[in-house]
Design a protein around this ligand. Sequence first.
Ligand code: CP
Ligand code: NVA
Length: 302
Amino acid sequence: MTTQPRHLLTLNDLGANGIRRVIERALADKRAGTSHQSPPLPGRSLAMLFEKASTRTRVSFEAGMTQLGGHAIFLSPADTQVGRGESAGDTARTLSRMVDAVMIRNHDHDVLENFAAAATVPVINGLTDRAHPCQLLADMLTLTEHCGDLAGRTVAWIGDDNNMCRSYMTAARLANFNLRIATPPGYQPDPASVEAAGDVVTLCNSAAEAARGADVVTTDVWASMGDEAEYQKRLAEFGGFQVDNAVMTEAKADALFMHCLPAHRDEEVAAAVIDGPQSVVWDQAENRLHAQKALLLELLAD
Ligand code: CP
Ligand code: NVA
């Protein structure tokens, strides 16, 4: 009987215990430094297929594999047969015969699921239209470093119901923190996903309401990759949803500001906030590396 590989398509694949293990390992390895006496993944390869742009995800996975003793291979539709129509299933079956894991960033989460169903090695979601679980691992690592236990904390999400918002909803349920979501009208999460998240998720009508008493305020670009055609429309509709100093003042005095990056200063966040003393965005960016190294060990180590 063939054993099914462990994938990370959403945080549900790790579950509460898996998330805890990854964060604990990331914290320990980060404190210990990056030099491994005997690297844990010698000779292992990670294929990285990017159908969308990336700075942090690409570099953190590639540097992470190198630090663990392995190797990462960058692939894009422009220079593989993916761009000429080779199916997700055939690509998955081929790559599974050659590498030890595949990371994919693409548009359609259903295509990622088809890929994973055909793969015989772990498949990691590097961002789809529906979820960005690797970013949430880094965010939870950052929160743990700065605030300790996540349970019972309150995070304010200001923005639309995008991939980050959906992953925050999953994370809130699994790690038992409260999530207050403030979106402009028409950009709310669908009622079924709010209900599935349970009583840890609350919808709010304004950024100030979501931020009130929060431990963390976080936001993201108003037009995600794939939403570019709506950029001008969204600029007009998201006007009252910028995280500025007035919004931060509603949160706890020592609240953190987080952003997965890239950021558009003075659109979703005031420059004074993202560049101010409450911002931990550079810790958060660095933590992509530490969280993903721990994830690779969780999924690949013997
Ligand atoms: N936050 C994030 O995923 O960044 P990149 O798009 O640069 O990978
Ligand atoms: N929501 C953003 C996240 C970028 C890391 C996007 O999908 O473009």
